[in-house]
Design a protein around this ligand. Sequence first.
Ligand code: 1CP
Length: 348
Amino acid sequence: MPLQNESFLQACRGERPAQTPIWLMRQAGRYMPEYRAIRSRVSFNELCRSPELCAEVTLQPVDFLGVDAAILFSDILVVFDALGIDVRFEPSPVLSAPVRTEAEAKALRWGDPHETLGYVFDAVRACKRALADRVPLIGFCGAPFTTLSYLVEGQTSREFERIKGMIFAAPAVFAGLMERMTTLLCEYLRGQVLAGVDALQIFDSWAGALAPADYRAHVLPHLARLVDFTRGLGVPTILFARGNANLLAQVAELPADVLGIDWSIDLDQAIRVTGPERVVQGNLDPMVLLGTPALVESKARDIVAAGRAAKAHIFNLGHGISRHTDPAIARLLVEVVHAASASSTTSA
Ligand code: 1CP
């Protein structure tokens, strides 16, 4: 069945649909009362393991906001099920067994994600059924470095002392873990595509923890292997590295179909780095949505205009939406982006 709304996938392919497509990182979540109503009944872990509830939550922003793509409701940290490690959300994540020493790294049991993460693939199928081809479904994973940072730190980190300590004091241990993690993530994404996702996003949310030279030496080769692998899966890949706009030139060396741009750089400047032949996604500072409707409208229009210098542009936030956002303002953003881009296409 063809999709009723192809604009997101057209932009991923480098075409320019009639309106700039838009979806919002973390578009399903605590800022929506419908999400909070479900979370008052079930824990986050139960929610992620219930394909029917995942589908319900995945569709909430599609119905309310009118976005052009859905993103699977899950979390980058569920992959630790493949290692037999539990994650508690208290509410920020805490791992049952962080891995900090060479002995702990050697003792890890790397399970097969096709067996251990079947509930995610069931959720993909439930989302596809519920969406009934209205909009495409995006699957995702954390990038190897971001995922490994949780494994080593064991929780959210500010300074990344443990993982950076491992890079600089035990680089072979770090490299071995990155190698295994990358292979796990390749298979995990393959499973999502086999279950039916239409696109993939790789989140390197903590990329900015590293100096550019260290990112290039210790992270980029593994990320390159993951991106190369996803190119063989037959769906477009979005690569989003966050936290240091100086890294954009490095991630732009990788053949991802779409480059995610965080909010720390103006979009026109980012496009000068990526070049006009790349497709970009982003990059409104999510906190702008805490401002007035007039401010949201003017900043959204500026980004739509700047996006015209790229081969194609998918509007998004420059990081996840804040839980303090008024859903009505998020909906206004979607309307403004659609209206502003439709009028600029006709005048082109
Ligand atoms: O209800 C709750 O209390 C749970 C809050 C929550 C939600 C709604 C968590 C815990 N995860 C999610 C969903 C989620 N996480 C999605 C699907 C929903 C959607 O996008 O619509 C996705 C794609 C993620 C991705 C994710 N999880 C990232 C990468 C994106 C980013 O924001 O940089 C990261 C770093 C995580 C880890 C995580 N999971 C949850 C929290 C609170 C965190 C971040 C903690 C931290 O800052 O370290």
